[in-house]
Design a protein around this ligand. Sequence first.
Ligand code: COA
Length: 156
Amino acid sequence: MANTIIYPGTFDPITNGHLDLIQRAGKLFGKIIIAIADSEAKQPKFSLQQRVEMTQQVVKDINNVEVHGFNTLLTEFAKQHGANMILRGLRAVTDFEYEFQLAGMNRKIAEDIETIFMTPCEQYTYVSSSLIKEIASLGGDVSQFVDPIVLKALQQ
Ligand code: COA
C-alpha cells in the first residue's frame, strides 16, 4: 500500500462529498492527512480551530486519517509530514482549470510532490461548501449533504 497522502482544502465546512473522497482514498493509501488551510482570503465562516475540530469529529471512525490546520505553503506542509503526494477531488469539468493550475504551481514549487486526482460519487458532484452555507443560512435542509455535527454547527 502506498504511503501518506495529503488531502488539502478549506473545509468550511467539511461535506459528505469530501468525506466520500476521504473514504475512497483511505482504501488506497496508508495514511490520509487532511490539511485544513487557514484560507484567510476566502473569509471562512468557521475559524481554523472550529474547522479542524469539526473535521476531526466527522472522521473519528476512520483509523488511518489525521487532521491538521496549516497556514504555510501546501508543499512545505507536505514535506514537514514526509508526504510526496497531494490528493484533490475533481467533481466536474469546471474544477479542471483551477486544479490544473494548482497542480502545476505546486509542481513548480516542489517537483518531487505529485498531485493525484479522484472523483467523488456522482451524488456529490454538485455539492460545495459555499452552497451548503447559503442553503443553511436561508433555512434550507442540508442534512443529506453534511454530517450531523456539521449540521448542528451550521444551525448555531
Ligand atoms: N465534495 C464536495 N465539495 C468539494 C469537494 C468534494 N469532493 N472537493 C472540493 N469541494 C468544494 C469545496 O467545498 C469548496 O467549495 P467552496 O469554494 O464553495 O467553498 C471548493 O470545492 C474548493 O475548495 P477546496 O477543495 O477546499 O479547495 P480550496 O480551493 O478552498 O483550497 C488550497 C485550496 C487550500 C488547497 C490551496 O489554496 C492551498 O494549497 N493553500 C495553501 C497555500 C499554498 O500553498 N498556496 C499556493 C498554492 S499553488
